[in-house]
Design a protein around this ligand. Sequence first.
Ligand code: GDP
Length: 315
Amino acid sequence: MPVGLTDDDFLRLLTQIKDADALIVYVVDIFDFNGSMIPGLHRFVGDNPILLVGNKEDLLPRSLKRPKLRDWLRQRANEQGIRPVDVALVSAKTNHSVDQLLNLIEKYREDRDVYIVGVTNVGKSTLINQVIRQTTGQKDVITTSRFPGTTLDRIEIPLDDGHSLVDTPGIIHNSQMAHFLSGKDLRIATPQKQIKPKVYQLNSDQTIFLGGLARFDYVAGAKHGFTVYTENTLPLHRTKLSNADAFYEKHLGDLLTPPSSDDVTLPKLVAHEFKVTEKSDLVFEGLGWITVPAGVTVRGYAPEGVGVLVRKAMI
Ligand code: GDP
């Protein structure tokens, strides 16, 4: 279990879920599935159905096929031992599809309570505020970014049949990129607005740095276009692979930023190498992804603990 999840809140959360007869609404950040995981959740849900909600849909380019993303989220949940009854994509920020989510909740809860669970930063507070606004007309009842240990009281929203919609404490997940960065750096690094893809024509033995936070090496293959999907303001730098280590050493915190020079507490970057047989996305959890063609070998680097993985291309 990652550090930071072993606290009392975590046990309290899981115990609440274990003892409930409820629909569990599990909110995840579609840009950070690993960082959204509540380890062990599957052992506590018992017979309670889980509705998986992928939040921050507003950040996706239009061309991204939503059904593919839903399938992928479901697959990743399955890998964690979770079999969601359904997968919804929403934007808590823009209120997109929140009404559909409410319909799904009504459909699956079958006269039960509803428990909303999620680690911090996935947008759970924003989503619950939207739900409250839609169901009661009240605004911003829940303050965002609460931390475990400070707000432990359950927030219950009455449903019309005597049952409740219950907000559970957010749990800090330390493998999120969010925990390595200051607020300002975080805004530069994590997608804020709809992503505008950037295409790079790369030869093998070229590297792209995603700020100083991650690195992409094109290890082997012919000249190809690679499409980068990250926050629009995150500076990208292309170098020769052979020079990349030295470049990183020299320029971390100035050219390669974020992190900014006064905030270089970043864990060291760890390499993950993949040989892909089909058009794929190399995903940097919390940052975005790079679409790579079939038949190439690539390496993704991210701070230790932050996931790098491949999936079938979504576009
Ligand atoms: P919580 O810790 O899970 O309660 O998350 P918050 O509701 O505090 O949101 C965490 C961060 O994600 C904040 O910066 C929000 O503005 C942002 N956020 C929440 N929902 C969305 C969304 O649907 N889209 C985008 N782009 N950002 C979101």
